[in-house]
Design a protein around this ligand. Structure first.
Ligand code: GDP
Length: 300
């Protein structure tokens, strides 16, 4: 995964140096923690996350579990691994389905974050699992957004509900609500609602998203975030958390050459789990997110 290339290389170097030592002095631990801290900050991980991470690793690395270990350096690497898994959310969290169909999944995020692409990917994956998803085009902001969702849906082989001229055009909240009704009537067991995203966070956008949330009562609200946005990730995620209170996160563009900070900050800062990683423009480029596997990729 290109995203974590530099961070991964730097941590590998740090651990290589550490492994050359036998017993670790407190000074060795401090030097190592300082290097990890710098590598994370350079990868655009949020300062608050880095501070907590470094403090926890330091405290554990100076404690008994390392003193007693046969291989202290290896024990420190293990601690870093465990703490990375923790900031990435700990346990894997799967998509939650409603007890009574349809399951409603609402997408939110900035324009260009990858929502529409993700809608298609998710629809395709759900179809493979035997579901009958309906995509709802409630992004009426961008002139071509509805058309784009239709294209993606066709590639995914999924049905779309889009506003017809004269029937709620311009009112995304109504389209979202009617879309869920349509799914119920047509017996689609999952509804995926694509919503509008502006270039920046704005109050009107949040109001619209929160109105859609209110009228559709979704089982999941997934916040799609572009791994490339670096330090802005934290503020954007916090704004969406306050505005729509999402239930889970989708990291998109993890195939790019971003430094990975967004990916490493967002679960920890918002307390919401990352559920999917989107890793390309193709509809099959979607992975369930596993905190432990992601940590291993970074540390390998
Ligand atoms: P939206 O405005 O949030 O609906 O974003 P789009 O789904 O239209 O995506 C914006 C751009 O990012 C498009 O050119 C997509 O092809 C591209 N894109 C989306 N997801 C990914 C991904 O995981 N990796 C890469 N490399 N590109 C992506």
């Amino acid at each position: 995964m290109a995203t974590f290339g530099t961070l991964s290389d730097r941590l590998t170097d740090t651990f290589r140096n550490l492994r050359k030592k036998g017993q670790l002095s407190p000074a060795d631990v401090d030097a190592t923690v300082r290097e990890i801290r710098r590598a994370l900050l350079d990868a655009d991980v949020a300062l608050s996350v880095v501070k907590d991470f470094a403090a926890t690793v330091r405290e554990r690395a100076l404690g008994d579990e390392v003193n007693r270990a046969l291989n202290p350096a290896q024990q420190v690497v293990q601690i870093v691994n465990e703490e990375l898994v923790a900031i990435l959310g700990g346990q894997q969290r799967r998509l939650q389905f409603a007890k009574t169909a349809p399951t409603v999944i609402m997408l939110a995020g900035l324009q260009g974050s990858g929502k529409t692409t993700f809608a298609g990917k998710l629809a395709k994956q759900l179809e493979k699992e035997g579901h009958t998803p309906l995509l709802v085009a409630a992004d009426l902001q961008r002139p071509n957004a509805v058309g784009q969702l239709q294209v993606v849906a066709e590639r995914a082989g999924a049905a779309v509900y889009a506003p017809e001229p004269g029937n709620g055009v311009g009112d995304p909240v109504r389209v979202a609500r009617d879309g869920v009704e349509h799914a119920r009537r047509q017996q689609h067991d999952v509804v995926i609602i694509d919503t509008a995203g502006r270039l920046g966070v704005d109050a009107e956008l949040m109001k619209q998203a929160s109105d859609i949330r209110r009228v559709t009562d979704p089982d999941e609200v997934l916040f799609v975030i572009d791994a490339m946005i670096g330090q802005d990730a934290v503020n954007t995620a916090k704004a969406f958390q306050e505005g729509v209170d999402f239930t889970g996160v989708v990291l998109s563009k993890l195939d790019g050459d971003a430094r990975g900070g967004a990916a490493l900050s967002v679960a920890s800062v918002t307390g919401r789990p990352i559920i999917y990683a989107s890793t390309g423009e193709g509809l099959d480029d979607l992975e369930a997110f596993h905190p432990d596997r992601m940590a291993s990729r970074i540390l390998d």
